[in-house]
Design a protein around this ligand. Sequence first.
Ligand SMILES: [Zn+2]
Length: 316
Amino acid sequence: MKTAFFFAIAVGMVAAASAAATWSSSSRSPLGPQNWGSIAGYELCGTGKSQSPININKASTTYKNHPALSFANGAGNIAFQMMNTGHAINALPSNPDGAPVLSGGPLGSATYRLYNIHIHFGNSTLKSSEHAFENTRTNGEFHIVTYKTTYGNISAAVGSGEAGALAVFGVLFDARNVSNTDSGITTFIDYASNLTYNGDSSTVSLPFPMMATTEDLKTFYTYSGSLTTPGCAEVVTWLVNDRIHYVTPDVMDQLAGLRSGNMSVPSYLLLDNTRPLQMLNGRVVERNFEAPSAASIVSVSLVSVLVTIAASLKNW
Ligand SMILES: [Zn+2]
C-alpha cells in the first residue's frame, strides 16, 4: 500500500514534469531510472526487450572468433570539449569530423565515428558501473559512444531504430590501491572533477590510445542492446572490455562532489548515474576470446545452473 502510494506520487510528478521532457539519472529522483518508462516519449525504457545494461555471466557467453576492434584516427592526444550535462560528464571531440573511427570485431568493415566519451560512476565505496560481471559491479564504467558513418550524425543514427546503428565500447573500472592504475581514466577523472555544476565545461586533451588500448580492443563481450539513458533506443552493439581497469580510491573520490544541477538550485549528486541491470530476455552474449581454462568453466557453469534454478524458484 505504502509502495503503491509513493509510486502514485512519483508517477504524478513524472506526468507533471513530462511537458519539459526531463529525466534524471539519479535513483533518488522521481524522474530517475526506475520511472523512465512512465515518462511520455520514453515508454521503451519500460517495455523494451533488448535493454542495457545487463549482467554478463561469463560462463554463459558464447565464443565467436571476432577479430580485434580498431580505431582509425585515434593516435595521440585528442582535444575534447568536456561538460557536466547534469546526467554524466561527457567529452565531445573538438573536431567531430576528424574524430576516431571504430571498425572490426562484430562491426566488420562498417565504420563508426566517435561521438562522445562519458562516465558512469560512484565513489570509492559505491559500485556504479553499468554492466556487471557475475552480478558484481565495479566503481565506474566509461563509454566510448560511436555511430555508423552511413548516418550523418548521432541523432539520425539513434532515430533510425536500426540495431547496430551505434556501437559503444565499455570499460569497467574499480577503485583500488594497486600499482597498475589506468592513466587514461585517471586523466579523464582529473579533468571531470573540475566540472562541479551542470553546464560547466572546459577544453581538455585526452590520451585517446590509453582509453582504448590495442590490447583491450582485442578482448570483449558483445551483445545487442540499448542506450542506457532515455529514450533507451535499441540501436546499440555493445562491446564490453573483458579487463577491469583500476584507479586509486583517492582519484575515484574526486568525483563525489559533482552535482546534477547548477549552482543556484538544489540538485542531486551526479554520482550513481547508473541504470539498473536489465533482463537478458534470451539474448546471446558473445565473447571473442577462448575461456581461460576448462576447469574454471565447469565450476562456474555449475554455479550459474544453481543460480538459474534459484532464480526460477523465486518466480514461483
Ligand atoms: Zn553510458
